[in-house]
Ligand binder design. Structure first.
Ligand code: SAM
Length: 198
């Protein structure tokens, strides 16, 4: 397991959990499912998580066992599903998360979440510069233009949008986009103290 994956998932989970509590965690393009696990570690009020990927890495089961050894309360609460994320049925109470779903896969995740009216957080990567961001590229670098367009699109779908960065020394693909359906009761920000989330 590349160490970087753990750091990316941790930095993402902390920021998402400051805003989005509870709900089923749906980690899409999940790889080893670290984000799913850390989302449960940081908020025990989510009873379950699914980690969806078309190709679950062979080492995912070993990594999951190591996580369960460290946090026994995770046992039996994370389900790996080897399938296309497009086949998942989402619910408005879900928290949909994804780290580094390549290029347009991130757009499909945002679209699926918006259709379900669920909360969503993505850390995009591998921007396809030939598509998207077209009206903004005169002012903004290509990948930033694409992410700004994503944020604006989500806001146009009646979402409250939050933009953050995770530390760039962990990954240069570090723009975190969070969205919650405007006025949703599950969106409330968490202002309490919780270890590891400061
Ligand atoms: C760059 S990896 C990110 C993995 C993990 N989230 C991480 O941060 O390490 C992108 C993942 O997307 C998965 N993937 C590609 N197309 C997919 C699809 N249509 N549905 C679900 N997963 C997909 C790949 O198998 C791969 O594991």
């Amino acid at each position: 397991l590349p160490r970087k994956e753990l750091y990316e998932a941790w930095e993402t989970a902390r920021r998402v959990r400051r805003r989005f509590r509870g709900g089923r965690v749906v980690d899409l393009a999940a790889g080893h499912g670290l984000l799913a696990a850390l989302m449960l570690v940081l908020d025990d009020t989510s009873s379950e998580a699914i980690a969806v990927d078309t190709q679950i890495p062979k080492s995912a089961a070993r990594v999951a066992r190591a996580m369960e050894d460290a946090w026994p309360r995770l046992r039996g609460r994370i389900r790996f599903i080897e399938s296309k994320l497009e086949e998942q049925i989402l619910d408005r109470s879900d928290v949909v998360v994804s780290v580094h779903a390549c290029g347009p896969l991130t757009d499909r995740i945002l679209e699926a979440a918006a259709n379900a009216r669920s909360r969503v957080a993505v850390l995009p990567c591998c921007h396809h510069l030939e598509h998207g961001g077209s009206g903004l590229k005169g002012w903004l670098a290509g990948s930033l233009a694409i992410d700004v367009e994503r944020a604006v699109r989500l806001r146009g779908q009646n979402y409250d949008v939050f933009t953050q960065l995770i530390p760039s020394d962990i990954t240069p693909k570090n723009r975190l986009l969070l969205g919650a359906p405007r006025g949703s009761s599950v969106q409330a920000a968490f202002h309490g103290k919780c270890s590891g989330m400061e």
